[in-house]
Design a protein around this ligand. Structure first.
Ligand code: PBG
Length: 327
């Protein structure tokens, strides 16, 4: 049979396949999420996220050094306070758990890039991402708090803030507050395209942040919607977002590609707790191969257009990139 074009030619050997590979990854684009809690000498495994821990402040440097040594570029810190109240006051207290963690982390392991998650659900007694009026999260009251949280995290040393609250106007409110406090060069990575997702289940166990009543559907997006995701991304860019995040990652990569093509900001995606938990559970049962699956999930996210990839597998990925297994 006469054939001039044989796509298999380029797949003949490993060397050639690597030479013509379309997606390249780099460890500096990985972000590792870390949970910090009150208390002393605590490294507590999260039951639904085997291999992930809640760290007390004094032991936080252990995991930071490990992450830095692996070559992962950045970490995102999540605080779990002992005391939660209606107004989420520990989220913006200058001696709150997240502020102390930022300060300590920056001082002890300055080589990493530190991102603060700006939200209220880990800090409110009702578990919602803002200030309640009745059973509804009041948008504009919440904005004032978010601005305070962002400023307090940057004052404590955060290199970048990442608002995950899904309030309208949040980027503008945070940008104005940061600028007013002299932080004009601190970038904002907006969780602009964040869906109301069951994939966050294990995170809520980890942070004790499941809503006490109702759900998050009046602020996080309906997963049937594509154009609404674009609208959120464009709005946040207009308000001053420097990077745009899509969350979750695996089932939402169409949004990554679409927004990447339509905008000129770096794209991030967050491979969330439920994605991690499914891989761990499947691997434990022997149904899937953990290393192969986590590499494939990452490479596909980058192929979709991700520039910055947040994942609980960041250290493993860094190792596999070093080994040349992916990247
Ligand atoms: C805070 C926040 C959540 C996650 C990141 N920031 C939880 C939520 O929105 O319920 C989820 C991350 C994960 O599942 O790994 N709002």
């Amino acid at each position: 049979m006469e054939m001039t074009i044989r796509p298999r030619r380029l797949r003949t050997t490993a060397k050639l396949r690597k030479m013509v590979r379309e997606t390249r990854m780099d460890k500096s684009s990985l972000v590792y999420p870390i949970f910090v809690r009150e208390g002393e000498n605590i490294k507590e495994e999260i039951p639904t996220m085997p291999g992930q821990y809640r760290w007390s402040l004094d032991r936080l440097p252990e995991i930071l050094y490990e992450t830095a040594d692996a070559g992962v570029g950045s970490v995102m810190l999540f605080g779990i306070p002992d005391h939660k109240d209606e107004a989420g006051s520990q989220a913006y207290a200058c001696d709150g758990i997240i502020q102390r963690a930022m300060e300590k982390a920056k001082k002890e392991v300055p080589g990493l890039f530190y991102i603060g998650d700006v939200c209220m659900c880990e800090y409110t007694s009702h578990g919602h991402c803002g200030i309640l009026k009745g059973e509804y999260v009041d948008n504009d009251l919440t904005l004032e708090k978010l601005a305070q949280i962002a400023v307090s995290q940057v004052q404590a040393g955060a290199d970048m803030v990442a608002p995950s609250d899904m309030m309208d106007g949040h980027i503008q409110a945070i940008r104005e507050a940061l600028d007013k406090n002299g932080f004009v060069t601190t970038p904002i990575m907006s969780y602009a395209v964040k869906y109301a997702s069951a994939f966050y289940g294990p995170f809520r166990d980890a942070a004790g942040s499941a809503p006490a009543f109702g759900d998050r559907k009046s602020y996080q997006m309906d997963y049937h919607n594509r154009r609404e995701g674009m609208k959120e991304a464009l709005l946040d860019i207009e308000e001053g977002a420097d990077l745009i995040m899509v969350k979750p990652a695996m089932s939402y990569l169409d949004m990554v590609r679409e927004i990447k093509d339509a905008t000129d900001v770096p794209m991030a995606a967050y491979s969330v707790s439920g994605e991690y938990a499914m891989v761990k559970a499947g691997a434990k049962l022997g149904y899937v191969d953990e290393a192969s699956i986590l590499c494939e999930m990452a490479a596909c996210a980058y192929r979709a257009g991700v520039d910055v990839y947040m994942t609980y597998f960041a250290k493993e990925l860094a190792y596999f990139m070093d080994e040349g297994r992916i990247g």
